[in-house]
Design a binder for this molecule. Structure first.
Ligand code: AMP
Length: 577
């Protein structure tokens, strides 16, 4: 398979935002690719060489890329830099200056070279990376180079979501019945390349057999929300309710001596929390296991738990030992997915919980503990439990259906969160994705950022729709920092998967999520959240940033449907103290 075919397909994908069209284009490509190379094509369409959770960095900065392009094209570096300033897209710049027809490189050759660039380490690595890339580019046509440059820069942005890739896989191999099989496999083994390759080489039945496997993250189950204990009981009947800890979600994997920790965004944090890794060795009574939990930092002097703001400081790559001594973690395990030979994900929660209790051994440190739990069908008992947790300074509770399976990747009423209310009619915070910002006036103009444009997610259509302009809640220092982060991901025009009517001064790639508190949800002609035809959309009134959620992916943001639901609740539920 020629790289030219991949590049042409990427160009066609990029030119449309219609999901069905993208699906047809990708499906046709998948049928054409040799089955044992389909995983590479899938990763490349995701802008990577491996599943997104594998840390692969090309290690070529924005400063070095123009050098490689200039070398390949035989033009002065200053010319490439000037064009980049004008156009804001290095891929297009490379396309413009590379005028050769290309040497007809194959997908395998390009992929192998990209791997080589990423793998170069040690002394002289940087100049080696530059010359490897320059050599590769010199053998590509302009269009072929466009996508290589964007991949290396980490800015492919084809706007093709996981769902579209799965649709295309089903279309190419196995049709409609294959779609749910593919999705199930992917939620349990979050590696679309692996699933696609298995499907292409061995067929649907092989994919049906996929279960969770230590070392590959499972998409975490997520919680819905309801406004009161009473509504929860009305909806579910008997629930198993647990404290809702406000820390970091960790999915723990063990395969013998190898241990992995994955964040909610599926980042590999195995190196970051060594005390958890040691505790897994001591406390987990199985050679192979996967379980879910929430990690919290505590004060080693008093044993008290710290708030989220402190816990989150443990998420860093340097001075790990010092941080561990200062803010050690405790992990509250709350669900079990795999233990030795048993895949627990289809089993009822009641059974998973019993097996989890048997799995975790007590230990003098008790670094890993199984969460407290009450089982009740009485709304008053549930309310009392909730109030007791709030009293303890926790966020609230999560009430779970005792008979539900572990539904990987799903947000549904198997888990329902009930959170402490803040002031205002909207008792919940929402998580919005920043899609751009406005410059602002007066004092704020000096900071170069006046307000953020926040959007919610519509997973059906893979769109981000605006719901708020947020201009308060951060300190000057934080605004500055956020602006710096946003400027790194600014894009010249509004991305096709952002649905907005307001004109941003700066558009950015949807990447950062902020937790926002607002007074209520109102109808608004300005925003596109919930907007259909001529009807007004929905917006957050008096929004302020509570914190930046580096632990969330844009797709984890509050969904458009949730905003509509919150709006309904707000109309019907009396104000809570
Ligand atoms: P939210 O982030 O507000 O959607 O709430 C769901 C999150 O609460 C999960 O992703 C976990 O990180 C966290 N959490 C804390 N305690 C629990 C618990 N006992 N069961 C499930 N999730 C919990």
């Amino acid at each position: 398979m020629q790289w030219r075919v991949i590049a042409e397909t990427m160009a066609r994908l990029e030119a449309t935002t219609r999901r069905l069209e993208q699906q047809a284009i990708l499906g046709a490509l998948f049928r054409q690719v040799p089955p044992d190379q389909i995983d590479r094509v899938i990763y490349l369409c995701q802008g990577q060489l491996a599943p997104p959770w594998v840390n692969i960095e090309f290690g070529l900065s924005e400063r070095l890329l123009p050098r490689a392009i200039a070398q390949a094209a035989g033009v002065p570096e200053a010319q490439v830099v000037a064009l980049y300033k004008q156009q804001g897209d290095l891929g297009l710049v490379a396309e413009e200056v590379l005028r050769g027809p290309g040497a007809g490189l194959t997908l395998a050759e390009v992929y192998a070279r990209l791997q080589e660039i990423a793998a170069a380490r040690g002394a002289g690595a940087i100049s080696r990376k530059v010359s490897l890339l320059a050599d590769l580019l010199s053998r590509l046509s302009g269009l072929e180079a466009r996508y290589v440059v964007r991949i290396v820069q980490g800015r492919l942005r084809l706007g093709v979501g996981d769902a579209t890739i799965m649709d295309a896989l089903a279309e190419a191999f196995g049709g409609k019945e294959a779609r749910p099989v593919i999705e199930r496999a992917y939620t349990l083994r979050a590696d679309l390349g692996l699933v696609g390759r298995l499907l292409a080489t061995q067929g649907v039945e092989a994919v049906r057999q996929i279960g969770p496997e230590p070392g590959t993250p499972v998409l975490p189950a997520l919680a819905e929300r309801l406004p009161s204990a009473e509504e929860i009981i009305r909806k579910v009947g008997t629930v198993a309710a647990e404290p809702k800890y406000d820390g970091l979600r960790l999915q723990v994997h063990r395969d013998g001596e190898r241990i992995w920790l994955f964040s909610r965004r599926l980042e590999d944090l195995s190196e970051t929390f060594p005390e958890i890794v040691r505790a897994v060795r001591r406390q987990v009574r199985a050679r192979r296991a996967i379980f879910d939990g929430e990690a919290l930092a505590y004060n080693p002097e008093t044993g008290e738990f710290f708030p989220f703001q402190i816990t989150v400081t443990r998420r860093r790559k340097y001075r790990i030992q010092e941080m561990e001594e200062r803010y050690p973690l405790r992990l509250f395990a709350f669900d079990l997915l795999l233990a030795d030979g048993t895949d627990y994900t289809p089993r009822p929660f009641r059974e998973r919980r019993a097996a989890l209790e048997a799995l975790i051994a007590r230990d003098p440190d008790d670094t890993i503990q199984v969460t407290e739990q009450i089982v009740t069908a009485d709304p008053r008992a549930l309310e009392r439990f909730f109030l007791a947790m709030v009293e303890r300074g926790l966020e609230g509770i999560v009430a779970k259906r005792p008979d539900a399976p572990y539904h990987a990747g799903a947000r549904n009423f198997n888990w329902i969160k009930l959170k402490r209310s803040y002031t205002g009619r909207l008792s919940e915070t929402v998580d919005v994705v920043i899609v751009g910002y406005l410059l602002g006036r007066g004092k704020r103009a000096q900071l170069g950022i006046g307000s953020l444009i926040g959007a919610v997610y519509d997973p059906e259509n893979n769109r981000f729709r605006t719901v708020a302009k947020i201009g308060s809640g951060l300190s000057e220092e934080e605004w500055r920092e956020l602006r710096r982060l946003l400027d790194e991901i600014r894009v010249p025009v509004k991305p096709p998967y952002v649905d907005a009517q307001i004109a941003a001064d700066v558009w950015v790639e949807p990447r950062y999520v902020v937790e926002v508190l607002a007074d209520e949800i109102t109808r608004s002609p300005l925003h596109t959240c919930g907007k259909r035809n001529e009807e007004p959309g929905y917006s957050l009134r008096f929004p302020r940033v509570v914190r930046i959620r580096f632990d969330r992916r844009p797709e984890d943001a509050t969904t458009e449907a949730e905003i509509l639901r919150l709006y309904e609740q707000q109309q019907t539920v009396p104000e809570r103290a």
